[in-house]
Design a protein around this ligand. Structure first.
Ligand SMILES: [Zn+2]
Length: 81
């Protein structure tokens, strides 16, 4: 079985189809981003489905017509658990 190198993952943007250049390779400081879709959101967790898509933050900003992408929030490394 091939070993996966987590430092060498490649991402394809779900909006534009191009590869996502990582921040440390000259891409946007927030890339790569992942959009997580939870289906049947109002139902109990055990009935929900979850799928993750990768994207450029710039494409998300462009396509999220009615949802504001907040870069300050996305840049934050602090998380309260
Ligand atoms: Zn894109």
């Amino acid at each position: 079985m091939a070993k996966i190198d987590p430092d060498n993952l490649q991402y394809q943007c779900c909006f534009c189809g191009r590869s996502v250049t990582k921040a440390n390779e000259g891409g946007d400081e927030l890339d790569p981003c992942a959009v997580v879709v939870i289906s049947k959101f109002e139902r109990p967790e055990r009935e929900q489905g979850v799928q993750q898509f990768f994207c450029h933050v710039a494409c998300l900003e462009e396509h999220a017509k009615y949802g504001m992408v907040e870069r300050d929030v996305l840049s934050s490394a602090n998380r309260e658990m």
